[in-house]
Design a protein around this ligand. Sequence first.
Ligand SMILES: *Cc1c(COP(=O)(O)O)cnc(C)c1O
Ligand code: SF4
Length: 331
Amino acid sequence: MNFNLENNLNWQQQLAGSFANPEELLKFLDLDLSHCTKKKLANIEFPFKVTHSFASRMAKRDIHDPLLAQVLPVTGELDLSHGFSTNPVGDLEATVSPGVLHKYHGRVLLIVTAACAINCRYCFRREFPYRNGSFSPAYEQMGLEYISKNADINEVILSGGDPLMLNDSKLKSLITKIAAIPHIIRLRVHTRLPIVLPSRITAKLIETLSETRLQTVLVLHTNHPNELDREIASAIGQLTDANIPLLNQSVLLKGVNDDSTILIGLSEALFALNILPYYLHLLDKTKGTLHFATALPKAKSIQKRLRQKLPGFLVPRMVWEKPGEAFKLPL
Ligand SMILES: *Cc1c(COP(=O)(O)O)cnc(C)c1O
Ligand code: SF4
């Protein structure tokens, strides 16, 4: 697609024009199609999906590009190693109502949609069954009732999938219903859309997020400084102009960002856009993601280096999730 043309499309049209198979993307990047044969990938069920915006930030003719590595299916996904499961962080046990996870004190997480604008190969939700079912009106009703009945919940997290895949009117209606529950004070939105589909940041969205009595915070998902360019800076600028606090979480990924220099660059690039690093997650042991795993000693040395080189507020908390624990565990 021609990028000047693409700029004139709205986010839903851009989404519809995304790369839907690896061959198309490899062609766009001037890469040999042998990097990805149909036969090799025959057994992979997690669909391929990448926006043109994200692809435009990949280097041409570089099969090791760190953005490409996050989305390109490889044979490593077929390695079904011991200890890598379909329910790595105990989300099934934390489900209190369809699409509602209550794992930590005071916070509930709503899976409001299974859809994302891109499919990250390391995603821990790639195997979770709610990919199939959406947050239907009946489920939404049940979820809101659960929250209403539990007065010790004060924060609702919209997640998925990506909650900003909902259109503005659906989002507004959901936020209005949440705001009607008196004991909820905070709304958190976990989203990668500002990074992979910056056109999603519309005036209407800003209005939806600002015009609520709830205190709203956005937690973005960026793994590599190359994900942040001028187009992203301008989208993020609209959020900061609206005084919406911005945090970022990353996943430590072999071949993408398992390097302290890259992560230092990421923290600096984030803060230049007024985004604070929040979490750096160790990879969840999800089936098909072993090739992204970083060995523990390496993770520890990266953490030490970040502490040596960055001001404390730019060091992301390195954490991992253990089923049954009351919080995400520090390394
Ligand atoms: C990560 C997570 C949260 C939020 O945890 P914080 O440490 O507050 O960021 C809440 N609920 C679930 C199910 C989670 O996985
Ligand atoms: S955007 Fe987040 S939820 Fe969606 S595929 Fe990527 S890691 Fe998974």
